[in-house]
Ligand binder design. Structure first.
Ligand code: UDP
Ligand code: MN
Length: 590
């Protein structure tokens, strides 16, 4: 436009034209600059990329900070606008390693995944409520665990030995792949974060530890700014990168993975303590097969006392039909040598080790997942279906802090449900109906909001992954597959009221199954109906509305007097013996 005007009136103000053109050039350069910056950043990320296989880039619009010196205190968080890629890594480590040896001084938490069904659509109303506020975050933080107790404990404490005795004589190959230990954190307490870092430095052999990579997920707490940068700059082999945008566990780990230099990624929470010898058995299993994804046995650090409690049982990770994760206790092994063998695991929690190239090849984490929750289940299914396997390694032990409250607030009540919907829609095929029937909240969300999993389904096709039926037949064979027959499953109701508000089902074997794994069955104890896990199951045919206990030929009656509960009574026409099952949702019809 400007040029045209100039051309049309060349004689009027050539000087003005010159300035206008110059201004345009300057604006154009400023406009282009971020693009150049981005391009150079991606080029630099690519330099660190694995040499083979597909790579998943770090989230596109994050900003990495040089340092926190210009950030001010708590709340003064601002991302500097212009950074070159080679300035991105904070606090270059130059000082000698801090390795001070010993200091003074069952199960991991996917607990928040458990969301009880809420009455029908009312839950959707709650969804709009409660974006995270700073004061909300602060309150949550106060309650997460006892920080004062933690502050009194050495960064170098040596937890009591928790490995089975047979582990202590195990020898490991000295030429193992190297590890990058990725520790993502959001507003972690100083003492727990530092204890995590030091416990890695104190336990991981230097030849196997490429680096500890701290990834700050947009923390607000003051101690995580300049003080942390300064502290980390004195530690050898520790790098710190920061995101100015909240990435959540998924984004943060993907970013860490994109920056990692080691052969193997080890994801740790920011409140862990590693046992002696925890890293080598993990690396050895991966060295033997790069598609193995392995986890230490998670010991439990008590959030009130900071006592370190060893997990004595043999465990494996599983998930149920509500897509909640659990550690499942396995039968005891009599042979001590058997207690140290890797345990095939249908799923793993958040703490795990995975070959970096394999991680990138199979699609890292699902970037569509928001903030926190079930990303571990999605990864587990994908690993198994797309060519890998998962194991728990009994000789590797890491303590994880059991918090009594989430340390951060989720953007809304349904964040985890939405992540679960992504798992169901991407991976569960027709089995997703079983999930939706037991998770009616997720069903209603799915009905009212679209969840775009196209990219992940494409990935599945590209990788040639197997289907969920294969997972059920080959990986988690013990997971009970509900039949959910119409009229025989749903809430068990009497004529007027619901007696069992959770989904249960009467299958064609005449078992009444209950619980998100269908693992509990109706059984008779005297005249009382109980839930039992025993293999000697009672059979309960459903005849003319009555549920009959086959052995005694008595009927289940709901009693609401002083001995409240379900009882076996002589069959009669009493309405308290008239049962029907009501399915709250029918995903197949939607
Ligand atoms: N985390 C994060 N960003 C988030 C939420 C969590 O970086 O938005 C970090 C958190 O600090 C921790 C890890 O991710 O190091 C796992 O979170 P958390 O310990 O709360 O999960 P849980 O152990 O309860 O599964
Ligand atoms: Mn944790």
């Amino acid at each position: 436009m400007m040029t045209l005007r100039c051309r049309h009136r060349p004689h009027r103000s050539p000087l003005l034209c010159f300035w206008l053109v110059l201004l345009l050039v300057v604006i154009a350069v400023l406009f282009m600059d971020p693009l150049f910056r981005d391009a150079s950043r991606h080029a630099a990320i690519a330099r660190h990329a694995p040499t083979a296989g597909h790579r998943w880039p770090a989230p596109a619009d994050l900003e990495l900070l040089v340092d926190s010196r210009d950030q001010g205190g708590e709340g003064g968080f601002r991302a500097p606008a212009f950074l070159r890629d080679d300035q991105l890594l904070v606090a270059p480590s130059s000082a000698p390693a801090e390795r001070r040896g010993s200091g003074v001084a069952a199960r991991d938490g996917r607990r928040r995944g458990e969301v009880e069904p809420r009455a029908g659509l009312s839950s959707l109303a709650g969804k709009a409520a409660g974006r995270a506020t700073t004061s909300g975050e602060a309150a949550a933080r106060r309650r997460a665990f006892d920080e004062a107790i933690s502050e009194g404990i050495s960064f170098h404490r040596r937890p009591p030995e928790s490995r089975p005795a047979a582990c202590l004589s195990q020898q490991y190959n000295t030429s193992l792949p190297t590890a990058t230990v990725v520790v993502c954190f959001h507003d972690e307490a100083w003492s727990t974060l530092l204890r995590t870092i030091h416990s890695v430095l104190d336990t991981a052999p230097a030849r196997h530890l490429r680096e500890v990579l701290l990834v700050d997920d947009c923390s607000e707490r003051g101690h995580l700014k300049t003080p942390l940068s300064k502290y980390v700059s004195k530690l050898k082999g520790v790098r710190l990168i920061r995101s100015a945008r909240r990435l959540g566990v998924v984004g943060c780990r993907v970013l860490g993975a994109a920056r990692a230099l080691g052969d193997v990624l080890v994801f740790l929470d920011s409140h862990c303590e590693c046992q002696q010898g925890w890293l080598e058995p993990l690396l050895e299993r991966i060295a033997g097969d790069r598609s193995r994804v392995v986890s230490p046995v998670m010991d439990v650090i008590d959030g009130r006392t900071f006592r370190y409690n060893a997990t004595r049982d043999l465990i494996r990770g599983v998930f149920d039909w509500k897509l909640d994760f659990h550690w499942e206790v396995l039968p005891k092994q009599k042979d001590p040598l058997k207690t140290v063998e890797p345990i095939r695991s249908p799923a793993l929690a958040g703490v795990l080790a995975i070959d970096r190239q394999f991680f990138q090849k199979i699609g890292a984490y699902d970037p569509g997942m928001v903030l926190w929750g079930v990303e571990n289940i999605e990864l587990s299914i994908r690993v198994w279906l797309c060519g890998g396997s998962m194991e728990v390694i009994p000789c590797s032990r890491v303590g994880h802090l059991e918090q009594f409250h989430p340390s951060f607030t989720l953007p809304d009540d349904d964040t985890v449900e939405k992540n679960k919907i992504r798992v169901a829609e991407t991976w569960l095929d027709a089995y997703k109906n079983i999930f939706y029937k037991r998770n009616t909240v997720a069903f209603f969300i799915w009905q009212s909001e679209s969840s775009n999993c196209t990219e992940r389904v494409k990935l599945q096709k590209m990788l040639g992954c197997k289907n969920f039926q294969w997972y059920l037949s080959n990986v988690h064979q013990d997971l009970y597959i509900p039949q959910d027959r119409q009229g025989f499953s749903g809430e068990a109701r009497l004529t007027f009221y619901s007696v069992l508000s959770r989904h249960c089902e009467m299958n064609s074997l005449k078992e009444v199954r209950w619980g998100p794994m269908g693992q509990l069955c109706f059984d008779a104890k005297g005249d009382r109906v109980v839930l039992s896990q025993s293999d000697l199951l009672s059979l309960f045919p459903h005849q003319n509305g009555q549920i009959v206990h086959l052995l005694t030929e008595k009927c289940i009656e709901a009693v609401k007097t002083e001995r409240k509960g379900l009882f076996l009574r002589p069959c009669s026409s009493d309405p308290r013996q008239q049962w029907h099952f009501e399915q709250l949702v029918d995903p197949r019809r939607s």
